[in-house]
Design a protein around this ligand. Structure first.
Ligand SMILES: [Zn+2]
Length: 417
């Protein structure tokens, strides 16, 4: 495989460019600084010898590694995002290298006493003896998802340099703004023109995901009637208490902090109000489409019940409800083409990586892309503790993910010989 130091240097050259995205911006990319890395990537892709290297007005990058066989092979794609999460600062990232990790505490920042400890983050222990890249405790690292970018670029470079490895046409796509939920929004699936793709955006080595939540956002507005408290009997309607009553009717055990695996939930994430008006925001998540629909139905049922109850007294609808679907479980789109998961699984097994296939308790760009016509499971990129100062990535995982990409290309060609 590729030279380890070369890959470390490449990864560091990406994470030291600040690409934090901004949910409050309406432009694409949401922050100008994302162009800094995007432009740099375009140059690098040209330089390693890819063709059809393009960047559009929204900073979506695409490139091609042409087929090197004379038979038909499906076109496969690999996708990553170059923005980092606005949850934590991504400016002035100072990556630190921990070589031959000994399984003990890692002091990220002596001055501020910030320690990355396996007693809290026990995943660390599986990387004993490996080279870890960590933060200096003051920023996130950005392995999410610059590890993914590094792996795709490195795999393409490797394939260019090793023409003896046979593969079909490979397309790569790098997007801005994934962290604010817009990575797939302006992704031109038609232009990408792949039969299927993989996002390299999972966490620990071995992860392979093709199931995610169905997701909806709910906004409820409770109205009230403010009257002087001394004369309020039979007249005042306190919208905050109404909202409180509504929330108490939701199943109390179906919340994020009490669910795991395939268990769905209602998650109340915002309330603000006064006597006259209270706004409540929640999200609904469920892997099962049937249960997802049932959850939305429950909300509507509770709303209409309250509205009926207060119809005479309030005169108007006392609660307004808006439910917006956000994304759907990609399983529905991937299952009919299950071989695309099998190929990734086989690639891992051939490289002695134990596949960890589990449902995502969230969404990925791949779920949206799958519904846009590009079935797109998610593969590990190698990092841990995303979106914060404890983020780290083992270099060995980056190398393995790079090998997985090469192997997938090889297997896909072999199956079509
Ligand atoms: Zn990511």
């Amino acid at each position: 495989m590729e030279n380890k130091q070369h890959i470390i240097d490449r990864f560091i050259s990406y994470v030291t460019v600040d690409t934090e995205s901004d949910p409050n911006s309406d432009t694409t990319p949401s922050t100008k600084k994302q162009w800094d890395l995007a432009n740099k990537l375009v140059e690098e892709l040209k330089q390693i010898g890819l063709t059809e290297v393009t960047i559009d007005e929204n900073a979506y990058i695409m490139a091609t590694l042409p087929s090197n066989v004379d038979f038909e092979v499906p076109t496969i794609g690999f996708v990553s995002h170059f923005d980092t999460s606005p949850d934590f600062s991504g400016a002035n990232v100072k990556p630190q290298l921990v070589e031959n990790y000994d399984g003990g505490d890692i002091v990220l920042n002596e001055e501020q006493n910030i320690i990355l400890s396996p007693s809290y983050f026990d995943d660390l222990l599986q990387y004993k003896g490996q080279t870890l890249i960590t933060t200096d405790g003051t920023t996130l690292l950005g392995a999410d998802d610059k590890a993914g970018i590094c792996e795709i670029v490195s795999a393409m470079e490797y394939l260019v340099q090793h023409p003896e490895i046979k593969h079909g046409k490979i397309r790569i796509g790098f997007t801005p703004d994934e962290e604010i939920g817009r990575g797939a929004h302006k992704f031109d699936v038609e232009k990408f023109a792949a039969d299927w793709a993989y996002t390299m955006d999972g966490s620990q080595i071995g992860e392979l995901e093709y199931e995610n939540f169905n997701a909806a956002g709910v906004k409820l507005i409770f109205k009230g009637k403010s009257v002087h408290p001394g004369y309020a009997k039979g007249k005042m309607i306190n919208s905050m208490l109404l909202a409180n009553k509504f929330i108490s009717k939701l199943p109390s055990k179906e919340v994020p902090e009490k669910t795991t695996g395939y268990e769905g939930f209602f998650h109340l994430h915002d309330i603000s109000g006064s006597i006259e008006e209270t706004e409540v925001q929640l999200i609904i998540r469920d892997h099962s489409m049937k249960k997802f629909k049932k959850r939305k139905k429950l909300i509507r049922k509770l709303v209409s019940k309250i509205n009926k109850k207060y119809a005479a007294k309030f005169g108007d609808k006392i609660v307004e409800c808006e439910i917006k679907d956000q994304y759907y479980n990609m399983k529905e789109k991937v299952e009919p083409v299950m071989h695309i998961v099998d190929i990734a699984e086989q690639a891992m097994k051939e490289l002695d990586i134990k596949p960890i296939i589990k449902p995502i308790r969230g969404g990925t760009d791949g779920s949206q892309l799958s519904y846009m016509g590009l079935p797109c499971p998610n593969i590990f990129a190698g990092g841990h503790n995303f979106h914060g100062k404890y983020e780290y990535v083992p270099v060995e995982s980056i190398l393995k993910a790079t090998e997985v990409i090469v192997k997938i290309a090889e297997i896909t060609a072999n199956r079509n010989k």
